[in-house]
Design a binder for this molecule. Structure first.
Ligand code: ZN
Length: 176
């Protein structure tokens, strides 16, 4: 087990050596990433996302659930409240799914998945929980269906936990 004292020690090193006091609440990369909680798929590690560059939402599977959409709506309000520090330009929403996702292990629990997606269990097939290429397409589709903005792109990536490489399944697509 990694103990908390060790984390506090690591933090002291961070505060001494890498802390950047000028970071803003608005992501410097105009980027939001939705990804899985799996410890292997930390966007800072696998995509090289820098400190302060992106807002990152992580949940089981990196899925665009109603809860994710509610979180995004709240973040939109936070962005508006801090509009003075906003970087001008287009936003990039990146959905990052991955192979060997634990979501697959939830297939025997359709009632949990149905609750997660807030849909009837009979419609779970549409969520492609066992195929990351399918699921990232589904979730890009969810965003395209609900979010309409001139200055927003969405893309879908799948990270392969056996090679460390991402595949662009859905290239940057404008929201309209
Ligand atoms: Zn996962």
């Amino acid at each position: 087990m990694t103990d908390t004292e060790d984390l506090v020690r690591r933090n002291a090193e961070f505060a001494d050596q890498r802390f950047a006091p000028d970071l803003r609440i608005n992501p410097s990369g105009n980027m939001m990433i939705v990804g899985c909680v799996d410890p292997r798929v930390d966007p800072a590690q696998v995509l090289g996302v820098r400190h302060g560059e992106a807002a990152v939402i992580r949940n089981v599977g990196g899925r665009m659930t109603p809860a994710t959409l509610r979180t995004m709506a709240m973040l939109g309000k936070v962005g508006q409240a801090n509009a003075d520090g906003r970087c001008p330009g287009t936003w990039n929403l990146v959905i990052l799914h991955h192979t060997n996702c634990g979501m697959t292990d939830l297939a025997p629990f359709p009632e949990l998945l149905a609750e997660y997606f807030e849909i009837p269990a009979a419609e779970l097939g549409e969520k492609s929980v066992s195929d990351p290429r399918g699921s990232v397409r589904v979730d890009v589709g969810v965003i395209l269906g609900v979010l309409h903005a001139d200055d927003f792109l969405v893309s879908g990536l799948v990270y392969d936990v056996t090679t460390g490489r991402v595949e662009t399944v859905v290239p940057e697509t404008p929201l309209r």
